[in-house]
Design a protein around this ligand. Sequence first.
Ligand code: LRH
Ligand code: MN
Length: 388
Amino acid sequence: MTDLSAVKTALKSQEIETPSWGYGNSGTRFKVFAQPGVPRDPFEKLDDAAQVHAATGVAPLVSLHIPWDAVDDYAELAAHAKERGLRLGAINANTFQEDDYKLGSVTHPDPKVRRKAVDHLLECVDIMDATGSRDLKLWFADGTNYPGQDDITARQERLAEALSEVYARLGEDQRMVLEYKLFEPAFYTTDVPDWGTSYAHCLKLGPRAKVVVDTGHHAPGTNIEFIVAFLLREGRLGAFDFNSRFYADDDLMVGSADPFQLFRILHEVAKNGGFEKEQEVAFMLDQCHNIEAKIPAVIRSVMNVQEATAKALLVDLDALRAAQAAGDVLGANAVLMDAYNTDVRPLLREVREEQGLDPDPLAAYAATGWQDHIVATRVGGTQAGWGA
Ligand code: LRH
Ligand code: MN
C-alpha cells in the first residue's frame, strides 16, 4: 500500500522552476498579442513569479534568459528574488537571435562567429557566479535548411569544441544542461536534434553535463518516458522543460494537451528516484502564454504538474512489480490506470491547507487583486518580450 504521508511530504517539498519569459509577451511568427500589465523588466518578472509561489507554495525558482533578463547588477536581482522567497534558477544562454548566427553559432563555419558565441556562454557562467545559479542551460537553434549547406560532421566537431571549453570554465558546483530539439528554426538538420546526441556530448564532457528533456521537442509519437527512464538510469537527466503540444513545439501549458503522457513521464521519475534531491533533476516550465492571462496560466501549469506528480506517487509499486513479475499484463496496466484515474484534487487541497495555503491557488491569486494592480500601475516603459 502507498504511504500517504510520504506522498504528502514529497508534494510539499516539490520545487518547480518557472520561466521568466513566461511572464513577458510572446507569440508566433504571425503575431505577438501584447497584454496589459506585462512586466517591463526582470524585477517585475520576479514580482509575478512570487505571486505564483505565494499561491502554490511549490514554485520557488525562476529561470533567467540572457539577454532577455540582462541587468547591470545580478546580485541585486538575486537579492530582489530572495526578498520575495524566490531563488534564481537556470541561466539560459541565447545564441539564436543575432544576425551573426544565421548559419549557426557554436557550429558556424566562421571561427569568429564561434568565438562570439562561446564568449556569450562564458559570460552566462559569470552571471551564474553572481546569481548563485547551478545550471547553465544550453539550447542551440543551430542547424541547416538544405542538404549540402554545411558538413554535418564538421558542425559536431565545432559543437564539441565549444562545449568542452565552456565545461572547463564551470565551477565545481555548477552544471551544464544541454537541450535537444528535433527541428525549428532549422528545417533540414539540427545540430542537437535528439536525446542521443545530447547524451553523447554530455558523456564526453564529464559528470556535470546532463540532458534537458523539453516535452515539446520530439517527433510525434515519441515515447518520452522511455527517454526519461533511460537517462535516469544513466544519471544523466538534468532537467525538464515542461510544456505540452498537439503538433510541434507549441509551448502550451504542461498537461493541457496530454495529461496522461505527463503522468507516464512522472511515473518513471517517481519509480527511479527522480524526485530525490540527490538526483538533482530540475523541474522547469518552458511555456508561452500567447493568448491567456500569464500568471494564472503559470499557476494552472504548476497545479497540473502537482496533480500528475500526486498520481505518479500514488502508484502501488509493490502491486505493479508483482503483476509485472507474474506477466499479468492487464493487471499491471490496471495498477497504473488506477493511480492515473484517481482524483487527487482533494489530496492536494489538503496538502495546501497543511502548508497554510488556500486550497485553491487560482482563487487565492484572484483574491490578491494583483492582476488589477499590475494593469493599473505598469503603464509606460517597454513591455518585456522575446524581442524576436
Ligand atoms: C527552444 C526552447 C529553449 C529556450 C526557448 C525559450 O525552443 O525550448 O528551451 O531557450 O525555448
Ligand atoms: Mn525548452
